[in-house]
Design a protein around this ligand. Structure first.
Ligand code: CTP
Length: 421
């Protein structure tokens, strides 16, 4: 569940070659659940067709102060907006916005709105570096306008330099960050994800059913809420554009990566399913079958040795103020209740929170899109009913943010407590 769901976004498109990317941006915003109202300048219409954007957006494209069914479209669009994004923003639109020259619908809407504004410049390097562009952007920034700097790469006409519109995925991530509560702003967090793979020989591994989806959702949510994320993962899943991603295979590699990242981190969330044991030695080549018996001697003789507990290691070396969160995948049927198992793990690992799930339930835990969990701390427990993994992640970060400000970790947002969806 994206923070964009149900939010009104005005997408302003100015006249630059990067206008074609606004089509992709529009689609991503709509896919995330936003209501997108597009505005095109007259020049933008030279680069993309009105029909294209109208077909993808939530309402037809607005182009003029005068031709709309609304008598005063700029104030209506500006008032309804939760955010206005301009992508691409040309040097002219940036200058007009900074000067308040509201002669077209886009700039009039920018000047009329009280919603947050994100400007995504795209232009030739010479124009990007020109003193007027620099000054105008400095003015806008001083007024609280968000600016997503262009990337460097190939520009129109084959030139190479800075000025290329930021990737649509980055623009969406930035919009999510702006619209999010921002309670994790500047927090340095380490998230682990996926199941480790411990080699037996050149082709075989010992692994588990973790898909990495919950860990990646935790990283996405933290990044969207302003955290600086290091994601240590075994999964080949998309990661937040702003995250440092460390790809690992084994428990030993995960231990090294987490130790390094925790030197200057505030929070560790161990969502990874780390192997508790690994083959004592991995064979260099492939272990071969005996053609007469059909047995593989190397597998028959496999000896497993314990791995280091990454979370317990972080707990033993933790600095004051660091918050540590463990996950517990349990199958409580017939034994102690999930919450009791989680409470025991909390004490045993010496951590602040344990997020426990019953992996024997349908639609929870491994290899699923949804999850349902109990979050246990030293002072209580909260139950989060079945939701997509991003919503579970939101509840976990609510609890972490509460611990950081010394509040009750079980005061997570009301909408996360509700019934199953
Ligand atoms: N964990 C870890 N390093 C390990 C094993 C587990 O950091 N070598 C972390 C997991 O990432 C998880 C937490 O410890 O956050 C709990 O893992 P789990 O396997 O449930 O705990 P165990 O201590 O192995 O207990 P159990 O006997 O229930 O498996």
């Amino acid at each position: 569940m994206s923070v964009l769901a149900g939010r009104h976004v005005v997408l302003g498109v100015a006249g630059g070659i990067a206008a074609y990317k606004s089509v992709e941006l529009c689609r991503r915003l709509v896919d995330a659940g936003a209501h997108v109202a597009p505005i095109m300048t007259a020049d933008a219409e030279r680069f993309v067709g009105k029909v294209t954007l109208s077909a993808l957006a939530s309402e037809p494209v607005h182009t003029s102060l005068w031709d709309d069914a609304e008598p005063i479209p700029h104030t209506v669009l500006g008032q309804r907006a939760d955010l206005v994004v301009v992508a691409p923003a040309t040097a002219r639109v940036i200058a007009a916005y900074a000067a308040g020259l509201s002669s077209d619908l886009l700039v009039a809407t920018l000047v009329a709105t009280r919603a947050p504004v994100l400007v995504c410049p795209a232009m030739h390097t010479e124009m990007w570096e020109h003193a007027s562009t620099r000054d105008n952007l400095a003015t806008l920034r001083r007024r609280g306008v968000h600016v997503l700097e262009p990337e460097s790469g190939r520009l129109a006409g084959g030139d190479v330099g800075t000025g290329r519109l930021a990737d649509p995925a980055r623009i969406v991530a930035e919009i999510e960050r702006i619209l999010s509560p921002g309670d994790l702003d500047g927090l340095r967090v380490v998230v682990t994800a996926g199941g480790t793979r411990e080699p037996i020989d050149a082709v075989r591994v010992v692994t588990n059913r973790s898909s990495g989806r919950q860990g990646h959702a935790l990283a996405d949510e933290a990044a969207a809420r302003g955290a600086k994320v290091t994601l240590v993962t075994t999964a080949a899943l998309p990661a937040p554009a702003t995250a440092d991603v460390v790809r690992v295979e084994t428990a030993a590699q995960m231990l090294d990566a987490v130790r390094a990242a925790m030197r200057d981190a505030d929070v560790l969330v161990m969502a990874a399913a780390v192997a508790d044991a690994r083959p004592e030695s991995a064979s260099q080549g492939k272990l071969k079958k005996d053609p007469t018996t059909g047995r593989i001697a190397g597998l028959d003789a496999l000896r497993m040795v314990p791995t280091t507990d990454v979370l317990a290691d972080a707990a033993a070396t933790r600095r004051a103020g660091q918050v540590l969160v463990g996950f517990a995948a349990e199958t409580p049927a017939g034994g102690p209740a999930l919450e009791d198992l989680a409470r025991a793990k909390l004490a045993r690992k010496g951590v602040d929170l344990v997020v426990a799930n019953d992996v024997s339930r349908p639609d929870a835990g491994f290899e699923t899109e949804t999850n349902e969990v109990v979050i246990v701390s030293g002072v209580g427990a909260s139950r989060v009913s079945r939701r997509d993994k991003r919503a579970i992640a939101a509840a976990v970060w609510d609890s972490v943010a509460a611990i950081r400000r010394g509040a009750d970790p079980h005061q997570i947002r009301h909408d996360l407590h509700g019934g199953a969806r």
